[in-house]
Write a protein that binds this ligand. Structure first.
Ligand code: URA
Length: 197
């Protein structure tokens, strides 16, 4: 692993910056290939992740793996992390304060990995990173903000309760990895939403 990421992992593991540190079993640092072209960003760890200290290893994680594999990608090839690194009690949505307290970790992960694109998984990441809401209306779209590309898709957990959504997630993953190839080939990318600040 990359030394700088290793350091962040240690910081996350020992973090007591917010109240979630008092109820967690394990904090959950990002995991995966630090040379990845893409970082996947979810909301916060769930029960399984909290037990084992690894992101997306529960049912939602299995759905993500299925959609990645359908696009010919294994989990080891990519980097997966969350907005908030500790499980909120009863899986509630992390508060704005919790997200803000945690955001430096994600900022550093992005700085080190320098992904060609960040894949936003679901509403909490959409809201935290791009101030967006109702991702279902924007999924499949490409966003550029401060020279960083983002790809928007649904949270894999959404496919647990609505089976029809697995085909949506699969379709989006195929689009994402085709897009990454195009970026690498130097092709012009059609940006759907441009943030100016
Ligand atoms: N849901 C998330 O948003 N992140 C995880 O790591 C697991 C489930």
């Amino acid at each position: 692993m990359n030394k700088k990421l290793e350091k962040i992992k240690e910081e996350v593991t020992e973090c007591t910056n917010c109240e979630l540190s008092q109820t967690r079993n394990n904090s959950v640092p990002g995991k995966g290939n630090f040379k990845s072209d893409v970082i996947f960003v979810g909301e916060a760890p769930g029960k399984n992740e909290d037990m084992h200290g690894e992101p997306f290893i529960g049912i939602a994680g299995k759905k993500l793996t299925i959609a990645l594999e359908n696009a010919g990608i294994t989990r080891d090839e990519v980097y997966i992390t969350n907005i908030v690194k500790c499980r909120p009690p009863k899986n509630r949505i992390p508060t704005v304060t919790e997200r803000n307290t945690c955001k430096n970790y994600l900022r550093k992960e992005i700085e080190i990995i320098k992904p060609k694109i960040i894949c936003i998984l679901g509403n909490t990441a959409f809201n935290s990173l791009l101030d967006g809401k109702e991702i279902i209306k924007f999924r499949g779209k490409i966003v550029r903000k401060n020279n960083q590309l983002y790809f928007l898709t649904i949270h894999p957990a959404a496919t647990i309760y609505n089976q029809k959504l697995i085909s949506v997630l699969k379709k989006d993953m195929k689009k994402l990895f085709k897009l990454i190839e195009e970026i690498k080939d130097g092709k012009e990318i059609k940006i759907n939403i441009e943030y100016t600040s």
